[in-house]
Design a protein around this ligand. Sequence first.
Ligand code: SF4
Length: 320
Amino acid sequence: MEQNKLLEVSRLKKYFTLRNSFSGSRTVRAVDGVELCIYEGETFGLVGETACGKSTLGRTILRLHEPTQGQIFYRGKDITKADMRPYRSRMQIIFQDPGGSMDPHMRVGGLIEEVLKANGIGSGRAERRSIAEEYLQKVGLKPESADLYPYEFSGGEQQRISIARALAVRPEFLVCDEPTSSLDVSIQSQIINLLEEMQQGLGLTLLFISHNLPVVRHISDRIGVMYLGKIIELGTSDEICASPLHPYTRALMAAVPVPDPASARRARPGRIKGDIWNGSGPITGCRFHLRCPHASERCKNEEPPLMERSPGHTCACWLQ
Ligand code: SF4
């Protein structure tokens, strides 16, 4: 079946300049040449360690950060420098800290109504209120929740509110930036289930960003593994988890806790050893070579491109 591309990025880069009165300025290459395509209706998981650039990539795709270089296409249109106002309601984001993204002085209903108004949805206050209540119910909250303040809710409920607020403007594409990281484990699965229900019920396309590989595996159709600003392996969720090719992906898999103690005793130690490049200055060769047990002279000098190993499964490693 032919899949429609919803979003495509080409050689996308986002560099930040950090200034320090003692050591001067330095450039951090948070996103450093990402190639990516997301199909309509799928959940694409982006996984990697903290500070690998995955959140910056999500925000740059939405133009919440302006790209340093490269191109972003949405439904085939180049939006790299486009006026984003027509796209804002179609491309939404939910954050790790839902409370931090809400004005504590506004009631929940007002928070949702404000976003609806900004996107030209609803002909008046009464209609916007009705939409706000409808979406609060969709995420499992009572319509009367609209009269309460964000601090009157638990972390999990606040994340439900932020999902309701994002979905009320009827987006096609939702970036979920570590949406469960700040929640208790017991609440995490409720939010994941809710996102799955919403994705299927509303036909959404999700970019799900997380450092938690089991969560990404559970929710995603395809997974991109990110390391120091670049995607180094990409494939279906089953391929990435059952047959990881890149040594970094294998190390991530080995680091996943095993629930069965007998299996855990047999499992190899999962800690990824070695130095991590600090993200500034040019890097030569494979960006994983400082930590890779298989690194050769070639790995230190030549950067491997993403190469297709089987249909739809790509990996950037000279060994594979
Ligand atoms: Fe390791 Fe070399 Fe492959 Fe990089 S290219 S992951 S250093 S074997």
